[in-house]
Design a protein around this ligand. Sequence first.
Ligand code: FAD
Length: 305
Amino acid sequence: TKLSEMMKEKQLLSFELFPPKTDKGMENLPGTIEKLCEFKPEYISCTYGAGGGNVGRNREVCQEIIKAGTIPVTHFTVIKNTKEGIKEQLQTYLDEGVDHMLALRGDIPRGETTTCGDFNYATDLVAFVRKEFGDKFEIAVAGSPEGHIACRSLESDIAVLKQKQDNGADYIMTQLCWDMEQFKYWLDAIDKAGVTMPIDVGIMPILDQAATINMALSRNGCVMPRELSRLISKYWIFPNPFDKEPFDDALEQKKADFKKAGIEYTIKQIDEYRALGINGIHLYALNKWKDVAEIINASGMRTMI
Ligand code: FAD
């Protein structure tokens, strides 16, 4: 099944999971996947540990996704990977029935200046997969509406995206972006640059303050719209170092209120993206299903059966 073809017909819904770090997490995952599958997502993706850590678990998660009856898309990075290693691993995925991938460079390991592997960029990986495996894989690639954190300029980053397409990529999964004006600008700019791949928009549900701030600021340098910063200020839960009392009595209530407001914010964001006619919504499910179900039900995209 080519997801990129399906995207031309309708707006897809997909979820993203990560390989659990503990056995307990792994035990709970099949139940979560089953619940998520009630929304009939067109696919579920699974992240790939930087440097290939926890790859065994990634493969297990992909198998659980197959068992639950949907398409697994494995993320894959070139960090600390050799050509031979990549070829071998990808063949294992194929042998196990996983033929959809998100081809990534991965984050440069701390303290290093290169990938410590045979390839430097995702463009190289896309070309290599096409050369070695032909059309056996459907290949998604990352796109950053605000420009990748380390790019020279938005224009050069868009040229990289076009190169991914020319090297054989099938569709784009985007980095999270809360800035809708920037997103529209990017849509227009990539169109002008000749990028015609369908666009699956990555959305991180806003459920937890620390995770939201961490995702936006510690790694990706994302713009946070005033409405979202206001929400964070309104329900600020971190102990203020100048406070005499280190913890707020109403901490749990504030966390719950923030989550409620965050879920509403996420639903509104999904509406705005869908109204732009993008090709899919890719929701980071964070290995949970209840909050995700609330968001998807309320967004009207799908209803749980
Ligand atoms: P690239 O496209 O290679 O770009 C990296 C940087 O190099 C950019 O600044 C780009 O402009 C520049 N560049 C690219 N090619 C060239 C060139 N030929 N010459 C000069 N400059 C160039 N990471 C994980 O470790 N595991 C995951 O599972 C994971 N999942 C992700 C899912 C999504 C949807 C996204 C958006 C990101 C994910 N990441 C994941 C993070 C990703 O690995 C990082 O953002 C990484 O820093 C860049 O990966 P990339 O594929 O975008 O790199």
